[in-house]
Design a protein around this ligand. Structure first.
Ligand code: ATP
Ligand code: MG
Length: 279
């Protein structure tokens, strides 16, 4: 009799005992291991300087680990050359902390940048314009194409950065502090976009944040394409895992319930008992 087994969800990003040290300093990532499977959302919490940005940059191959292995899409990328990383990086979208837009370029040029610079994406110019326009329409900023980033508000710049991260339609997205420095309403708009992106395109995402309510939104709401709103679906309705970084170490990994039950004094500081807000 044939035994049918459900294949495990594919591994999209895996760290195996990753440490990162700059010069002779103490490691800024210290023996970090985790495995992000397709369809998961990961919320990464942790104090300033705990290694969250270094973690995401190491995942992208922008920082090379001192020891350990990094796998993207189940492929060992630890020792890959810049050139060999191009193809894989095209499948990873990144929103950098502080947006990191190019001030000298227009919004449209900023969003087109990954299409022009990821050498495996061969896209002719006629196709590029619609891709840029679609991406900007997704963040409701189609009308800003010819503006420069300096002419936009901080929240709008963050939305342009999201458009740039998703323009290659990557299956894996890394968002570094997408709500930092924004007022609560704008922060909510940005998080709603991230949820919409995840649910409309079935992507896997890692989101670094200082705001517990960001994690709560991602973990409990799903985008409803019919109404255009976020519906409360509870923790079972999303596949969200929380991670907490402390001084370069991954000190917590688990569900929202497990996080809220955790009694560790450091972890507790990042948990605010949520009031489920209407989205
Ligand atoms: N290129 C670098 N060279 C030397 N040290 C670095 C470099 N990048 C980061 N660090 C150090 O690594 C540590 C972790 O930095 P990281 O930027 O990952 O923190 P973070 O958790 O993202 O903080 P924040 O919440 O403020 O963004 C810090 O001590 C930082 O000074
Ligand atoms: Mg950071």
């Amino acid at each position: 009799m044939a035994i049918t087994t459900m294949p495990d969800k594919a591994s999209l990003l895996r760290f195996e005992n990753i440490s990162v040290a700059f010069d002779a300093d103490a490691p800024v990532l210290n023996d970090v291991s985790f495995d992000v499977r397709r369809g998961e959302t990961r919320i990464i919490l942790g104090a300033a300087g705990s290694g969250k940005t270094v973690l995401l940059k190491t995942a992208m191959g922008l920082i090379r680990p001192t020891s350990g292995r990094v796998f993207l899409f189940d492929e060992d990328v630890t020792d890959k050359s810049e050139h060999d990383l191009f193809g894989i990086r095209a499948r990873v979208g990144m929103l950098f902390q502080e947006s990191a837009l190019f001030d000298s370029m227009t919004v449209a040029q900023n969003v087109a940048y990954p299409l022009l610079n990821q050498k495996t994406i061969v896209m002719d110019r006629e196709k590029m314009e619609p891709a840029v326009r679609n991406s900007l329409r997704f963040v409701e900023l189609e009308h800003t194409m010819e503006k420069h980033p300096s002419e936009l508000s901080g929240g709008m710049r963050r939305r342009v950065a999201i458009a740039r991260a998703v323009v290659t339609e990557p299956p894996l997205l890394l968002y570094d502090s997408p709500t930092a420095g924004l007022d609560p309403i704008t922060a909510h708009t940005i998080m709603a976009l991230i949820v919409k992106e995840r649910d409309a395109n079935n992507t896997t995402a890692l989101v670094v944040t200082h705001r517990y309510q960001d994690g709560n939104l991602v973990a409990n709401f799903r985008y409803n394409p019919n109404s255009g709103h976020l519906d409360p679906v509870g923790q079972e309705g999303t596949n969200t895992i929380f991670m907490v970084m402390k001084e370069g170490r991954l000190v917590f990994e688990g569900s929202q319930d497990e996080l809220e039950a955790c009694t560790d004094a450091y972890v507790v500081k990042f948990v605010k008992k949520p009031q489920l807000e209407a989205a």
